[in-house]
Write a protein that binds this ligand. Structure first.
Ligand SMILES: Cc1cc2nc3c(=O)[nH]c(=O)nc-3n(C[C@H](O)[C@H](O)[C@H](O)COP(=O)(O)O)c2cc1C
Length: 402
């Protein structure tokens, strides 16, 4: 019998050291490894003893195409595996980070390969915690996280929501796509390096009086996913945020609650942008007059609405030769002819058509499905989490950028 091993593991220095610790969310670290490998980022996985009770190291070896670092002695391996891995790593990501390992790192323990590597690390430490909400909110954990933050660690998540044990609260691992994006951003290289990207996100609110407004259901998740993906690709990103539930993980951020604020901020930043993505849902109409104070509950209230400025058309009209401009169209049906007409009328390079008739996608949802309508073709992007839709949009934009 000969040697039937076809794919040799590609061991050697890796810019990302991904440490898996013992928590239910360990299986989601597989998606992060997969995302990094897909983006051509070599990743070395290390596992704590507890992590190996949750997911087998063979899975991580298979996904990363490397031997996994554990505390098992390997007579044929390097003498100082933790030092080699820590020296090579520009980013060490702990995914998921257990309460126990967060405590170990905060106190500088060196009692396994993960803690040893973290102590020897010269690069950036990223921590994606996941645990029961009471464990997360315990003052000991909070203090340990604060200690690590002060030392320069980046903390991604946790998110609020349903936990594996059936309880609810803050403690869910951040979305794997978001963790992957954060790691890629910290690596600081990518296909959009040197490009300045301007993104609008969220939905504007037009005041009726001092407490009420006319708004829309946009959460800003799509625009923020675009900002995170552009940051992960190395772009210099400015995001103009209209009442978003989430914020990008970095870059310049400008708040613009109303359509007029958004118009002013977009015009001010457009001049220096190479790529402009207008993902915010901007009011088409606003109350012609708003009350300064809260209007009393008397009689009826007739509203007169006046049109707002067409920001996208204005940006396209004043475009500079090197600029690529992308508009978004939320429609009640997938009307490609209408999107094509809008693209031409507004004078933009690409329209991202979003069919909002399905409540499982679009506004306020974590998923989306879009059609990318350019001058030459239309590309359908099937339903997927918004970070993946953002990646598909930016792949198309990169192909259009001159
Ligand atoms: C079923 C089960 C699920 C667990 N999930 C978590 C978790 O999500 N987060 C956490 O911090 N600890 C969790 N633990 C506890 C850790 O596994 C335990 O604290 C362990 O010592 C962590 O070791 P490590 O930090 O070296 O990986 C869980 C334990 C069990 C039995």
């Amino acid at each position: 019998m000969g040697d039937h091993r076809v794919v040799a593991p590609t061991d050697g220095p890796a810019p990302v050291l991904l440490a898996v610790t013992g928590g239910i969310a360990a299986y989601r670290a597989c998606e992060v490894v997969r995302g990094l490998v897909k983006a051509d980022v070599p990743v070395q996985v290390a596992m704590t003893r507890a992590a190996r009770r949750f997911v087998g190291e063979t899975t991580f070896a298979g996904l990363s195409r490397r031997h996994v670092l554990t505390d098992d002695p390997d007579p044929n391996g390097p003498i100082y595996p933790h030092l080699d891995a820590a020296r090579a790593a520009r980013v060490m990501a702990i995914v998921p980070a257990s309460a126990n390992t967060i405590a170990r790192l905060a106190h500088g323990l060196a009692d396994d390969v993960v803690a040893e590597s973290a102590l020897a690390l010269a690069g950036q430490l990223l921590i994606a915690p996941a645990m029961n909400h009471r464990m997360w909110l315990h003052p000991a954990t909070q203090q340990n996280v604060e200690t690590l933050k002060v030392r320069g660690a980046i903390i991604v998540g946790p998110e609020d929501g349903q936990l594996a044990e059936g309880e609810e609260g803050p403690g869910r691992l951040a979305q794997p796509d978001r963790i992957t994006q954060a790691i890629r951003m910290l690596l600081g290289s990518g296909s959009l390096k040197g490009k300045r990207v301007l993104i609008t996100a969220g939905g504007t609110r037009e005041p009726l009086d001092s407490v009420r407004f006319l708004g829309n259901r946009s959460s800003g998740k799509m625009g923020v996913a675009l900002a995170d993906e552009a940051l992960a690709r190395g772009a210099e990103v400015t995001t103009i945020l209209s009442n978003t539930l989430v914020r990008p993980m970095g870059g310049t951020q400008v708040d613009a609650p109303t359509a007029a604020d958004l118009a002013a901020a977009t015009q001010a930043h457009a001049k220096t942008a190479d790529i402009i993505l207008m993902a915010a849902a901007v009011a088409d109409f606003r109350p012609a007059a708003a009350h300064d104070t809260k209007r009393a509950r008397t009689g009826s209230w007739d509203l007169h609405l006046e049109p707002t400025e067409d920001i996208l058309a204005g940006i396209a009209k004043n475009r500079l030769p090197h600029q690529t401009i992308i508009g978004f169209a939320a429609e009640d049906s997938e009307d490609i002819a209408k999107a094509r007409e809008k693209r031409e009328r507004k004078g933009v390079d690409l329209i991202v058509l979003n069919d909002i008739s399905d409540p499982a996608q679009g506004f306020d949802s974590d998923d989306n499905a879009v059609v990318l309508v350019s001058g030459s073709d239309e590309i359908r992007v099937e339903r997927a989490p918004k970070p993946q839709i953002a990646a598909a949009i930016l792949d198309r934009v990169e192909a259009l950028v001159v």
